[in-house]
Design a protein around this ligand. Structure first.
Ligand SMILES: Cc1cc2nc3c(=O)[nH]c(=O)nc-3n(C[C@H](O)[C@H](O)[C@H](O)COP(=O)(O)OP(=O)(O)OC[C@H]3O[C@@H](n4cnc5c(N)ncnc54)[C@H](O)[C@@H]3O)c2cc1C
Length: 289
């Protein structure tokens, strides 16, 4: 299918892109990797008159540790994240996540910034960034502002980004020793969106007691879900079978799935419980290594 006609704009700097967003308002859309926007335009679910391609703005593609954060540029491609030795060695949850997004063709173009900015609860990075306690950096006419990830997803396909703001970076706090995470997803077939998925990040003390837990749920609500009750329950607990089972049940209770082609509500809730259990075990074992 061919998308409706639009004017293609290609800014070279962030201020130029912001000025274009201000000038064209609701009629404009940012284009990063185009892996969600272009399909939506083809399906007539989005009809921007102006498409602002930020792909050639320099300084928006990086993966580096700096100032206590892992900093991921908004334009960083999934494929770059997937092969990053820093990500593979220190951020297994991110490696898990990027690896199950779509297929290699999509991952060659899709960006991490676009994955979050799209505001789709079926996308995989949102839950992972929730588990990691990430921050989103937005640049607009008034400069830069930092949005905690738990305040970023407002409703279906709606984020806290203002219409004249660009997501320029994601910041993940560098976790202390004995921290690790995992992302587990069930999909109907390779390359599909999740029927459900669970992201878990834990920090343990020397005795294996959980100091901190982050849990995010994918595609079981109108927004990605932060499983706060399960997180709170785990703090101060040894991550044994009983504690993990109870946390997994709490996470399942916090899910708000709807029945659709991927399955009925009870099935999805059961899936969250099982995936949360397995992700907690994996995160605990990785953190304990
Ligand atoms: C076949 C297929 C399978 C897929 N499977 C999965 C999957 O399994 N898991 C998954 O998570 N995703 C999946 N996706 C969706 C896609 O991978 C993500 O949504 C993608 O990462 C979006 O990034 P992008 O750079 O392509 O964004 P774009 O398509 O360019 O933009 C998406 C939206 O975000 C806005 N936007 C983009 N970048 C910015 C920015 N820096 N600042 C402000 N707004 C911005 C755009 O205006 C647009 O509204 C799939 C897509 C396809 C085509």
């Amino acid at each position: 299918m061919i998308p409706p006609s639009f004017e293609y704009l290609r800014p070279n700097t962030i201020p130029e892109a912001i000025a274009m967003l201000q000038e064209h308002g609701d009629a404009a859309k940012i284009l990063s990797g185009g892996q969600s926007l272009i399909p939506m335009m083809k399906l007539r679910l989005a009809r921007p008159s102006f498409v602002i391609d930020i792909g050639r703005i320099s300084g928006l593609s990086h993966i580096k540790e700096e100032g206590g954060y892992l900093k991921i540029g908004g334009l960083t491609r999934e494929a770059e994240l997937e092969v990053s030795s820093l990500v593979r060695s220190k951020y297994p949850i991110l490696a898990d996540t990027t690896h199950v997004i779509a297929d290699p063709q999509v991952r060659n173009l899709a960006t991490v910034g676009g994955n979050l900015a799209h505001g789709d609860p079926a996308n995989d990075h949102p839950a992972t960034m929730i588990a990691l306690g990430a921050q989103v950096v937005a640049n607009g006419p008034k400069g830069e502002r930092i949005i905690p990830i738990e305040n970023f997803f407002l409703s279906l396909f709606t984020t806290a980004l203002h219409p004249d703001e660009i997501l320029t970076e994601i910041r993940v706090p560098i976790a202390p020793a004995r921290s690790a995470g995992a992302y587990l997803k069930l999909e109907r077939k390779v390359g599909d969106f999740a029927t459900a998925a669970v992201a878990v990040q834990v920090t343990l003390d020397r005795d294996g007691i959980c100091q901190k837990a982050g849990i995010g749920l994918t595609n079981v609500g109108a927004t990605p879900i932060k499983a706060r009750r399960a997180e709170d329950f785990l703090r101060g607990k040894k991550l044994d079978e009983a504690a993990i089972a109870q946390a997994a049940q709490l996470a399942a209770d916090e899910a708000e799935p709807s029945a659709d082609l991927r399955g009925p509500v009870d099935y999805k809730r059961g899936l969250v419980k099982e995936l949360a259990k397995r992700a907690l075990v994996l995160a605990r074992d990785r953190a304990g290594k």
